[in-house]
Design a protein around this ligand. Structure first.
Ligand code: FMN
Length: 205
């Protein structure tokens, strides 16, 4: 069965992202179409990127990178639960993403976001990052307003609309995750017979 990780995109003490991720994860757990898992990047104790060789080369030296890589490798799709910091995702989430490369490739992603502007700008930046990592990101996005969806600015008050948009996002995500799993399992080389350029001469950037 498809494995989907909900990645908590904030490490800030007192973070709201955790309650949003836990809420979305609970909605996902009512479904039978995938195995859902909650992933807290604080558990992986990643420092600022400290790998000497660029991650796309896949030569990880540090134990924390290898542990993080094994977790991401084990998943078929991701739901990034992201706050908005200065119109982008948190530095902690970007750092965790930057640590790896091939473990993200040919997988699918969806987003749950929040902020005073619903976290829209953070997700727009994440969508650009997804392209470089060869992650297919689905259209539907679950958004929360810091002003309207929290009681006293503190406790999450999700609506029926949030439940519906979470299911729509997961419908799209699981569909693409299944499709991309077949791409990974068939090994992309077999599907690229149409290209006349020898594999080692192909330009990738
Ligand atoms: C460094 C920082 C920058 C922020 N910048 C924005 C912003 O640009 N847009 C926005 O909507 N909210 C912004 N906020 C408010 C956050 O969305 C809000 O504090 C949210 O609770 C942060 O997520 P967290 O509690 O999980 O850390 C910012 C908060 C922090 C800490």
């Amino acid at each position: 069965m498809i494995k989907v990780g909900f990645i908590i995109g904030s490490t800030r003490p007192g973070r709201h992202t955790q309650s949003i991720a836990e809420w979305a994860f609970k909605v996902a757990k009512t479904r039978q179409d995938a195995n859902y898992e909650l992933i807290d990047i604080t558990d992986f104790k990643l420092p600022l990127l400290d790998e000497p060789i660029p991650p796309a080369m896949g030569q990880y030296e540090k134990l924390h990178t290898k542990i993080w890589a094994a977790k991401i490798e084990s998943l078929d799709a991701f739901v990034f639960v992201t706050p908005e910091y200065n119109h982008g995702p948190s530095g902690a989430l970007k750092n965790a993403i930057d640590f790896l490369y091939k473990e993200w490739n040919n997988k699918a992603a969806g987003f749950v976001s929040f902020g005073s502007g619903h976290g829209i700008r953070a997700v727009e930046q994440l969508r650009q990052i997804m392209a470089e990592l060869q992650i297919a990101d689905v259209r539907t996005q679950v958004t929360f307003s810091l002003f309207h969806d929290f009681e006293n600015g503190n406790s999450l008050k999700a609506s029926e609309h949030h439940v519906k948009s979470t299911h729509t996002m997961l419908d799209q995500l699981v569909t693409w995750a299944i499709a991309l799993k077949t791409v990974r399992e068939n090994k992309i080389e077999n599907l690229m017979l149409k290209s006349n350029v020898p594999r080692d001469e192909r330009v990738t950037h």
